[in-house]
Design a protein around this ligand. Sequence first.
Ligand SMILES: Nc1ncnc2c1ncn2[C@@H]1O[C@H](COP(=O)(O)OP(=O)(O)OP(=O)(O)O)[C@@H](O)[C@H]1O
Length: 604
Amino acid sequence: MLTGFIKARFKRPLHFIPALKLVWQSSPNWTLARIGLVIIQGILPLFSIYMTKLIVDQVTISLALSNRAAALNDIVPLLVVAACLTISTTLFASLSDLVTIAHAQRVTDYMQGIIHSKSISADLEYYENAQYYDALQRAQQEAPYRPPRILDRLALAGQSSISLLAMLGLLLALHWGIVGILFVAAIPTVLVRMKFAGVMYHWKRRRTQLERQAMYLGWLQTSDLFAKEIRLFNLGEHFRQRYAQLRELIYKEKVGIVSKRSFAFFGAQVIAGLFVFAIFIYMVQQTLAGVLKLGDLVLYYQALQKGQNSLRGLLRSLSGLYEDNLFLANLYEFLDIESKVLEPERPQPFPETLATGVVFNNVSFQYATTKRKAIHNVSLKLQPGQVIALVGENGSGKTTLIKLLCRLYDPTEGSITIDGIDLKSFSKLELKSHISVIFQDYAKYHFTARDNIQLGNIERPADDRRIRSAAQLSGADRVIQSLPQGYDTVLGKMFDQGEELSIGQWQKIALARAFLRDSQVIVLDEPTSAMDPKAEYEVFQQFRELIQDQSAILISHRLSTVKMADYIYVMSQGHMIEEGNHHTLMNLNGVYASMFETQAQNYR
Ligand SMILES: Nc1ncnc2c1ncn2[C@@H]1O[C@H](COP(=O)(O)OP(=O)(O)OP(=O)(O)O)[C@@H](O)[C@H]1O
């Protein structure tokens, strides 16, 4: 049974080597310094013990001499060396403190960087998946400290092995059985450690989602996004209690495991203590029998204690390495996440200017997390220089079509082509640089107004003239001019002197970002929903005049705006149900005409 337990535990893949590589890459110099210090700190105690032995022996000899004052001369140099060793030990301990902190900081930042790179390159699909968030949370918990801890543990294992070997050498001279007893005594502690490392690992994995729920409730109570509603609906206390209940559950389970572990440890340590005590009795017996001198007893006793400590340290490091290996699986589970939206092996160049435009050929799509299709067999065309509009009730699939066009996902069936070339044949980066999209849940960056717009085209150096004309086109320029520092005003309230904007004003800024991009296709997914009708009308009038060479897809629930498009597609429950220009669709007297009439009546 025992061998089964151990075998099962050592079958796991080893994550040490890649983890150590990460540690090394994060900072070679600090890594070397740390290794050097560990070795020095491992060797110094050996010299200290040896000096103690020399001093005790010298004192014993001196006690037998008549001229004890002269004997002091022989002892003083030994005391000086011992003092120097003590000072060096303290010095290296302080240095070790410095190196450990500096190195840990470097590794933490480096690992965060790696996690951030992975997060930004992961498919959007992962962001709609709870398991991804669990994996991210676990990786974020483990990444900053596990890899450097492996280095520490290996170094400590090395350090402990050096002093253990020296101590065992000494103890072997006394009796070989002592060495065997020391090892046997340590076995129960190792088994307890390994068992509880596994228990803790599985518990943490099971509980990740609960931890995230608690974090979410904490965020609800502290984020500005919910501050208004929490106050108006008086939800604060309710969320606080839900948070407290979750934390209480986590606390009870954790303390339950830790108490069992503490009792098990206690038992294992008592067994180890009894064995060592038996060895000590044997040593005293040997001294009383005159086999050992007093200096020998001190030496062996110290060797026994240090040997036991070193063995304990070695086994703690080894079982710690076992635990780290378990938990590093969490980090690699996240880092090994693969993209499903693949890059082509040989990317095709994106057309300089569109010749035939964008075509959706019988496209269907199903989100991985749902059972039904969001898009059913949809076909549409966007010709160069054309503005088309997508309309339809909420959830009819308009945004999903745009996500497919940007390759945030790939269609489940059918294909999308640009000038006859499948989207999958373009490099993802190049494709995105030719399509400018502003989604309804656009981002609000708490940076300056200029930065907010410039982020639309960071490939180009900032150009105030272009930024201003994009802002003029979206109507943001007038908003920005009224801010205290104009384009240098920080937006949002997160930082000092930040200026909060209204939702419609934020939308104008986001729209300017889309206009700044040099793209052949512009997609505006309800970008003007929060603007007043006059502002929306103006934006589209100007937009129509200005985008002579560009093609545009417009999604809007305001049919007075949609009317301006060259061609209109009407969607319902993932199907394309009507298409044509405004007049054709009105004459058709179908869904579009009825939607238009309903809206028009409200304005009469
Ligand atoms: N990430 C997602 N995972 C699973 N299902 C999704 C996801 N996003 C959207 N859906 C589903 O796909 C369908 C189409 O959604 P989509 O966002 O494309 O609609 P829409 O026409 O843009 O709606 P709206 O007018 O409200 O913006 C809806 O049934 C929605 O529930």
